[in-house]
Design a protein around this ligand. Structure first.
Ligand SMILES: Cc1cc2nc3c(=O)[nH]c(=O)nc-3n(C[C@H](O)[C@H](O)[C@H](O)COP(=O)(O)O)c2cc1C
Length: 187
């Protein structure tokens, strides 16, 4: 296999697609975010990287709360829309049915099968983004996506973004079991 170097920015070819919500001037606003990851085990924390010019951070900074919802494939159009128009110019508060949880200022999306509300823990200043780290205070799941009380990826039907081709994908077949498959190589 011939190894070549490619543009450093091409290093993350696949990402989960989420919608990050914040309350801004009394209204919910949602933006599409693919730079999402779990960053701490206990308490559970997530990190979302958001460009400095976006509107959503205004609400996150003001309330010290935000939400992360995972849309399913049925919400592809609305999800993409929230990623191409800014709340600074367009009112996105009517795109989804919105509900609030314990934190009261982290708007969540009723149509999304899995949503978490987060309390802002830390903001990491990066050259063109802020990394917002939030503690997951409450997770809200639609019963229909649970198997034995846990989110079931097949029922969740999440969207995966690939770049640089900019495609949304659904999950494919299971390739193996994590923390298990490697045991075959253990001495
Ligand atoms: C599929 C997709 C993924 C995106 N992921 C991110 C991301 O991870 N971070 C980011 O800052 N912007 C991301 N964006 C761009 C923002 O969602 C977009 O600029 C949005 O209009 C910002 O909304 P706001 O100004 O209302 O906050 C993404 C857009 C799309 C379509």
């Amino acid at each position: 296999m011939a190894r070549v170097t490619i543009a450093p920015a091409l290093f993350t070819p696949l990402m989960p697609v989420s919608l990050v919500g914040a309350q801004i001037d009394g209204k919910p606003n949602f933006m599409t975010v693919a730079w999402l990851t779990r960053v701490n085990f206990d308490p559970p924390m997530v990190g979302v990287a958001i460009g400095k010019r976006h509107h959503t951070p205004r609400g996150i900074q003001a309330n010290k709360t935000f939400s992360v919802c995972l849309p399913n494939a049925e919400l592809l159009e609305q999800t993409d829309y929230c990623g191409i128009v800014s709340g600074a110019r367009v009112d996105k508060s009517g795109v989804f049915n919105v509900f609030y949880g314990d934190l009261e200022t982290a708007p969540m999306i009723a149509e999304c099968p899995l949503c978490v509300e987060c309390a802002l823990v830390r903001v990491v200043d990066l050259p063109s983004s802020h990394l917002f780290i939030g503690e997951v205070v409450t997770a809200h799941a639609d019963e229909s996506i649970l198997t034995d009380g846990r989110p079931d990826p097949a029922k969740l039907d999440p969207l995966v973004l690939t770049m640089p081709d900019n495609h949304y994908w659904s999950l494919g077949a299971v390739a193996g079991t994590a923390w298990q498959a490697g045991k075959a190589l253990k001495k």
